[in-house]
Design a binder for this molecule. Sequence first.
Ligand code: FMN
Length: 200
Amino acid sequence: MDTLEAIKTRRATKKFDRSYKMTPEQVKSLMEHAILSPTSYNQQNWRFITATEQSVKDQISKAARDQPQPSDGSLVIILCGNMDAWKEDPLRYWKNHPLEKQKTVKNALHRKYADSLRNRRDEAIRSCGIAAQTIMLAARQMDLDSCPMAGFEYDELAKVINLPENHLIVLMIVIGKATEPANLRGGQLSIDNIVFENKF
Ligand SMILES: Cc1cc2nc3c(=O)[nH]c(=O)nc-3n(C[C@H](O)[C@H](O)[C@H](O)COP(=O)(O)O)c2cc1C
């Protein structure tokens, strides 16, 4: 499937086939592609919780206000941002490059995030948003369907996954096989409502 086809056929799946199970190899391949998503300064500040065990998926569904997708899908991925990634051994983010470059990045990360919770949160959200689309498009290529979800009780889900204090849950994605074709699209806005040339 080419990329444009994957973009067009990705839909928010509401009904997953409960009997369909991804193999561990499929899950691994999906996550290996997910981590090729871009992040600012290559800080790789996403952390992914992957759940395939039924009892965990059921707890996630409960935290998601009893929405059925996590329970019914094969894999649930909870995308979290580590807001302290910028300072956790940052030289490793450019380990393939000379030390000089590694130190330049470390200093830049410090300048941007040390004194700004807003920058740390924004970066978590940016990185996870981009990774989310990577995951959903990669899933299409693997002939799988997905549903992005943010309808959950934050504190309840945080408890289920043992979320560390300095991490932010951004969204979750359920992956599996749809049992029925997607609903009619809600209705996209026209391009001239949302795209402006050069300035607003
Ligand atoms: C951040 C985000 C949160 C969402 N949360 C939910 C959710 O909790 N439950 C759900 O069924 N769909 C959820 N959706 C799916 C949207 O309703 C869906 O993407 C939108 O209606 C467009 O439809 P499409 O994805 O099929 O094009 C969410 C989508 C996004 C991007």
